[in-house]
Design a protein around this ligand. Structure first.
Ligand SMILES: *Cc1c(COP(=O)(O)O)cnc(C)c1O
Length: 290
C-alpha cells in the first residue's frame, strides 16, 4: 500500500446527486489513474532494471507518470512518439514539458513499435502504450477495495460506477473486482475493439464493463465546443476541474444515459489535469481563429 485512500465526495450537478472518487487527488506527482496502473512497478523491486521504454502520444498522462516512476527508481526513460510538432518543441508545455524536466529522452519515429525495440535490452522494462498490461491489476484492485469501503461508509444503496476508457484496462479490472455495474465509454478506437481487448485479457470473466455510446462520435484528443462547455459547467457547478481529453466524453455518455440507469452514480475522476494546459491552449487558439 503506497498511497493513502483517495477522497470520496458527494456533489450535485444538473440537480442530481453524484458521488466522486477523487483519484485526481491521489498523489501530487502522478496522474491518478496511472498511479494505480503503475502501482506494481512502484512497489516491487527490479534490481536488474536500468531503463524503462514506452511509446505513445506527445501529451500522454502515461508518459508523464512514467517520467516520475523512472526518476523515483533512478532508471533512464526512453519514450517514442510518432510526431512532435515544431511548436511544441519550441514551447514545451503540459505533460511534455514536465516529463522532459524529469529527464525523459524523447525519440521521434514514424515506425514507433519498431523503434521501441531498438531501445530494449535485458536491463529494460517495456511498458505498453497507456499502461495496457496485466501488472495494472494490482493497483486497480486496491482502488476497487477503497470504493467498497467508501460505499459502505456513505451508506450508498445500489451503486454503479462510471469512468471513461482509453485502453479500457482500468474499467476492465475494476469490473473484475467490483460486485456492481461498471459503465464506461470509448475515447479511442471503437467499442467492438474495446470489447475484443477485454475478452483477450480476461477470457473467463463473468461480467465485463458495459459500454455507453454517445449520440455523436468524438475523435480522440479533438476539440469540440460542446465538450468544452460541458467541462466548464462541471467546473462551475461542482467546483471540480476534470481532465479535458477523457472526462467530457465520460460525462456526456453518462448524462445521455442517466435517465435509464438504475441506482446511484459514482464517477471516477482519474486525474490528468496537467494535460489540461495544452488542451486549453488549443481551445484558445481555436476560439481566436473563429
Ligand atoms: C489514462 C487515462 C484514462 C484511460 O485509462 P485506461 O485504463 O487506458 O482506460 C482515462 N482518464 C485519464 C485522466 C487518464 O490519464
Amino acid at each position: 500500500m503506497l498511497f493513502p485512500p483517495s477522497p470520496f465526495e458527494k456533489r450535485t450537478f444538473n440537480q442530481q446527486t453524484f458521488y466522486l472518487k477523487r483519484d485526481d487527488l491521489l498523489d501530487k506527482d502522478f496522474s491518478g489513474n496511472k498511479a494505480r496502473k503503475f502501482h506494481y512497478f512502484l512497489t516491487h523491486d527490479f534490481p536488474h532494471i536500468k531503463r524503462v521504454v514506452s511509446s505513445g502520444s506527445n501529451q500522454s498522462n502515461a508518459m508523464y507518470s512514467l517520467s516520475i516512476l523512472a526518476r523515483l527508481k533512478g532508471w533512464e526513460f526512453f519514450y517514442v512518439c510518432d510526431h512532435i510538432p515544431q511548436f511544441l518543441k519550441e514551447n514545451p508545455i503540459g505533460n511534455y514539458k514536465a516529463a522532459l524536466l524529469n529527464g525523459m529522452n524523447i525519440i521521434e519515429s514514424h515506425t514507433r513499435e519498431e523503434e521501441v525495440q531498438n531501445w530494449l535490452d535485458e536491463k529494460s522494462l517495456h511498458v505498453n502504450e497507456g499502461g495496457r498490461q496485466r501488472e495494472a491489476e494490482e493497483g486497480i484492485e486496491i482502488l476497487a477495495n477503497e470504493l467498497l469501503v467508501d460505499i459502505q461508509t456513505h451508506n450508498i444503496s445500489n451503486p454503479y460506477l462510471v469512468l471513461p476508457s482509453g485502453t479500457g484496462t482500468t474499467a476492465l479490472f475494476l469490473q473484475k473486482h467490483l460486485p456492481f455495474p461498471v459503465f464506461t465509454c470509448k475515447t479511442v478506437g471503437d467499442s467492438a475493439y474495446l470489447q475484443k481487448q477485454w475478452a483477450m485479457v480476461e477470457p473467463t470473466l463473468r461480467c465485463y464493463p458495459t459500454i455507453l455510446e454517445t449520440d455523436k462520435k468524438y475523435h480522440y484528443g479533438k476539440l469540440y465546443v460542446e465538450l468544452y462547455v460541458l467541462w466548464q459547467r462541471l467546473k462551475e457547478e461542482m467546483g471540480v476541474e476534470f481532465d479535458l481529453v477523457y472526462d467530457p466524453v465520460g460525462w456526456k455518455a453518462l448524462l445521455e444515459h442517466i435517465s435509464s440507469l438504475d441506482g446511484t452514480p459514482i464517477y471516477l475522476h482519474q486525474g490528468g489535469i496537467l494535460g489540461n494546459t495544452s488542451m486549453l491552449q488549443r481551445y484558445a487558439r481555436k476560439a481566436n481563429m473563429l
